[in-house]
Unconditional design. Structure first.
Length: 217
């Protein structure tokens, strides 16, 4: 995960914690909120991994007991090692395979969370998050005005907050900071939408940001 990508994701997490009155926040507040959010992410990731590992242990125990109790092994001498047996692909076994796949997904998510948390400690990542947050504090009305103008037929107050925050971060980078390639900013906004929002969000966000580039950049 690149530093800028981590900054955008952490900024999104930060935005989700901010109250409407942005004037009360300063750089130290932004850093404290990010740190608290990172700790929450780590705790949640550890809890999910513990649950997933428990399911994996249950599957391993099921396979061991199935082998022990299989007729081919029950008729063998007590001190003899088990022989491998075929496991029928029943609905129960299919469910256990899904559990294993879920463990893999959670492990990958945990690795990504660990990387994100590590990057959160880097000065360049913290600085970039702070720039995004301070720009939002200063330009919030301008940013939301752009969204309202370009989200034709949508009430900005009724947009999913996560979608609105993804748009806010991307618009801040595209219109006000202007130090990252347009394509990178948009592509990573779409990745955040795929990860955190609904199936329809990426196309909606892509349409708005395309207009932003056309009219404001």
């Amino acid at each position: 995960m690149q530093a800028r990508r981590a900054s955008r994701e952490l900024a999104l997490i930060l935005f989700s914690q901010l109250e409407k009155n942005l004037e009360k926040y300063n750089s130290d507040d932004f850093e404290k909120i990010v740190l608290k959010s990172v700790r929450t992410l780590i705790s949640s990731s550890q809890e999910e991994l513990n649950i997933a590992t428990s399911g994996l242990s249950d599957t391993a125990q099921f396979i061991e007991e199935y082998e022990n109790n299989h007729p081919d092994n029950l008729k063998r001498p007590i001190d003899a090692h088990n022989v491998p047996v075929q496991i029928p692909l029943t609905s129960d076994m299919a469910g256990r395979i899904k559990t294993i796949l879920s463990v893999c997904d959670k492990a990958l998510n945990a690795l990504e969370t660990a990387e994100l948390c590590t990057l959160a400690q880097k000065d360049d990542v913290r600085d970039y998050i702070n720039r995004i947050a301070l720009t939002f504090k200063e330009k919030k009305q301008d940013v939301d005005k752009i969204i309202k103008e370009l989200a034709f037929g949508w009430d900005i107050d009724r947009l999913f907050k996560i979608d609105k925050d993804i748009l806010r971060i991307a618009i801040i980078e595209l219109v006000f900071m202007k130090d990252a390639p347009h394509k990178v900013v948009i592509d990573e906004a779409l990745e955040l939408a795929k990860k955190y929002s609904t199936d329809d969000s990426p196309s909606f966000i892509n349409g708005i940001l395309a207009k932003v580039v056309e009219r404001y950049v």
